[in-house]
Every structure is written in C-alpha cells, then in structure tokens.
Design a protein around this ligand. Structure first.
Ligand code: NDP
Length: 398
C-alpha cells in the first residue's frame, strides 16, 4: 500500500479525521500535518470547526509543513443515518479515514442514545458511507477503539494482548443500557460493540480497502490547542486528563483518590503516531493494536507533580527538560501508592514491532500535561497534595 502523504513528487493524500475537537484527534491532526497529509476534520458546529482552523494557524507544525490543506465539515451527530455522506461526497478523493469521534465520558443520562448508538451507529454508518462513496480511492480506515475492548474486568487475564475481548457475561447490552449502570460500564460496552461492529462490517463486505484499530489505554498528555479557554462554560478538561487537573487544583489535598480500575497509561502523542503509522504501514492492515505505555497510579502522578514543584523550589527546574527525565518522583507521595500486588501485565509487542512505537515515560507525560494545563490557566494557585506538610513548596513551575 503506497504512502503518498509527505513523499516528494507524489500527489498529497487526503485524510478524513472525525471528532476534530477531541483531545486525541487534535494530536493526530498535528502529526498528520507533520507528515504532509491534507486533512478534512469533522466538528459538531461551525464555531468548533473555525476554532480548529484558528488553532492550527498558530501551530509550529503547520508552519513547518507548508502546503498542507486543512478544512472542516460539520457533522452534528454521528448517530444519525448517513451522518457522513455529505462530507465524504464533497471531499473526494479520500485516501484514508481516522475515526476518533465517540462519546468519551463515564456518566450518561440516557446510555443508549447518549453513548451506545453514537459509538456503534457512528462507526457502522461511517464505514458504509466510505464504502459507498470513497471506495475507489480509499486505502484504509483506522478506528480509535480502546483498551476497554480488550480488558475483561473483574476476571482479568494474567497478560493482555490484541487477542483478548471483554466476555459477554461481564459486558453485554443489558448491563450497558441500564440507566443505573455505572457510566464506565456503558462506555466500555460502547467501545467493545463499536469495534466488533467494525470488524463484522469488514468481514461482511468485499472491500478494496482495509481496517486497523488502535486500542489505546488511559491517555494523558497536552490539551488540544483548539479548546475554548476564553469561554469558561465550554472549556472542560478531557476525561482522562481530569485526574492530573484535579491533582493541580487541590482536589487531592485531603486524600489521593484510589486509582482503580485502570492502572495503565499512554501518552497522547504516542497514540497519535500509532494512528498515523497504522494508517500507512502495509503490515498494519487488518490488525488491532494494544497501545499502552506503562503502569501508573495516582500516587505516582502526585509524585511527579510534586517532584516538578520541588525542582522549581530548589532552582533546578531548568534541568527538567522536555522529556521530564530529571524529575525525581516525590517518595512521600509514592508511599500512598495503591498499585495492586499481582496486577495483570500487558504485551504491547505488536505496537512496537509493526508500528515502531517508542513509548514516553509517565514522568514526561505528566510533566507536559501539567505545563499544558498551566498554559490553559488550570491550577495556577498553590495546591497541596495530601501527605505533605510544607505549604511553601511551589507545586508547579511555569
Ligand atoms: P474527547 O471527548 O476529547 O473527544 C471526543 C470527540 O468525539 C469530540 O470531538 C466530540 O465532539 C466527538 N463526539 C462525541 N460524541 C459525538 C456525537 N454524538 N456526534 C459527533 N461527535 C461526537 O475524547 P478523546 O479525544 O479522549 O477520545 C477520542 C477517542 O479515543 C474516543 O473514541 C475514545 O473512546 C477513545 N479513547 C480515549 C481514551 C482516553 O483515555 N482519552 C482511551 C481509549 C480510547 P465535541 O467535542 O463537540 O463534543
């Protein structure tokens, strides 16, 4: 399969990227532009689409990749029949599609309409529309699935890899559709069913293009530039970064909350690279990729945040480079660690072997998330973390 984008002398490839306002999509967009692709992003309103374009104008990546064209199309609700027909028909030829748009939160008033149907119908209708209108140019679709479509709590496997799915006894439609179900049950089921529906679509149709899925775990990292920071009502830290924001804003001052149920993390920039390589590498077609960088706990996050504060306090913040490698995790925080004994393990070999991923450390991911949150105005005060007696220690450098 040819990789057209970024190769001199070849016409540019065009990528349809859904959910352009999202945390993960914003980093995928950056990486697509770095690699020289033209991109059509979808957003739920014109205002959101304009914000994405405005944020790109200030991006160093775009300045570096002169000539990349980014446009947006409004897709208000992916759950609606034919939601993607128009954007696909008006943007041909499309060579690739990356589908990130899906509800990503753990609380739903109406589990079926607010989460399950957008996730499942959104995926199937997108694949159907791609097949109907874009099949003559399309090479591959990449679906952002989740580790939720791999893990099987509470009956965990000793080691997880891409061969695993949640079983039907513990994660089924009845459990997920129950309005009294915990929101994470509904979310996890939405990812399982959406990915299953995507593979069934591929098996049930004769396609000239193929599918890959990224099954990333809990994702940390810098916030999207397109967030509307001036509009406080609309600015919300995405679900997976919330705990780092909470740590910064003093919500952990009495107690570091329990980490469960997920103790694995990955940096969003590694997730972005995974998507783009899964899109272009010939061997990635037809495969799932379990994308996980390592283990974490809330105490370790607090340890990094506090370690960063100490570095500043001691005048060493310059030593904490862009990779965060000089941060010494605060041991008082780590004493609170609730990382379980005999925790299951993960096997991310396929993501390394096929996609060539080299994962960022927890320190780097948390340091860069903290810096990005501070730039967005989150956690500017002097929050304290439970278990510490020195209120003069600045927690976060600027
Ligand atoms: P975000 O909430 O930041 O992004 C979700 C995107 O989907 C937003 O652009 C949102 O639009 C859009 N969206 C949601 N529902 C609809 C709908 N009904 N119609 C149209 N658009 C919709 O989440 P992330 O970036 O974190 O997540 C992106 C993908 O990654 C999701 O598929 C998620 O399940 C998956 N994922 C995320 C992980 C994480 O830890 N963050 C881990 C594993 C997988 P708007 O902004 O306008 O609401």
């Amino acid at each position: 399969m040819p990789m057209l984008g970024g190769i001199p002398g070849h016409p540019k490839s065009k990528v349809l990227l859904t959910g352009g306002t999202g945390f993960i999509a914003s980093h995928i967009l950056d990486h697509l532009l770095e690699c020289g692709f033209d991109v059509v992003v979808t957003a739920r309103s014109q205002a959101k689409g304009e914000r994405i374009l405005a944020s790109i104008a200030t991006s160093p990546n775009v300045v570096n990749s002169v000539g990349c064209k980014v446009t947006y199309a409004v897709v208000e609700n992916i759950a609606e029949d034919g939601a993607f027909d128009e954007v696909i028909k008006t943007n041909l030829p499309l060579h690739y599609c990356i589908h990130t748009a899906s509800p990503c939160q753990f609380s739903f008033l109406d589990p079926v309409n607010d989460c399950l149907l957008p996730a499942i119908n959104g995926t199937v209708s997108l694949l159907s529309s791609l097949q109907e209108y874009a099949s003559s140019s399309l090479l591959r679709a990449v679906l952002t699935s989740s580790s939720a479509a791999i893990l099987n709590p509470p009956n965990h496997r000793p080691v997880y890899d891409e061969s695993s799915w949640p079983d039907d006894q513990t994660l089924n439609w009845d459990l997920a559709a129950d309005p009294n179900a915990p929101g994470d049950t509904t979310y996890r089921a939405s990812k399982k069913f959406a990915e299953q529906a995507a593979w069934e679509f591929v098996e049930g149709n004769e396609l000239s293009w193929d599918l890959a899925t990224i099954n990333n775990t809990y994702t940390f990292g810098p916030l999207p530039r397109s967030l509307d920071v001036k509009n406080a009502g609309e600015f919300k830290v995405n679900t997976s970064n919330e705990r780092i924001a909470d740590c910064l804003t003093g919500k952990w001052s009495q107690e570091i909350p329990r980490t469960a149920p997920v103790f694995t993390f990955v940096d969003v920039r590694d997730v972005a690279v995974a998507h783009v390589r899964a899109m272009t590498r010939p061997k990635a077609g037809g495969k799932r990729f379990y994308v996980v960088g390592g283990f974490f706990s809330n105490a370790q996050i607090a340890g990094v945040v506090h370690g960063l504060g100490r570095a500043k306090h001691q005048g060493r913040e310059r030593e904490v480079g862009n990779k965060g490698e000089e941060v010494e995790m605060c041991q008082e925080c780590v004493n609170w660690d609730d990382f379980p004994e005999n925790h299951w393990r993960f096997n991310n070999a396929r993501s390394k072997n096929v996609l060539g991923l080299e994962y960022r450390s927890l320190e780097e991911s948390v340091v860069d998330t903290v810096r990005s949150l501070r730039e967005m105005g989150v956690g500017k005060g002097k929050p304290q973390i439970a278990g510490h007696g020195d209120p003069d220690e600045e927690i976060v450098p600027n």
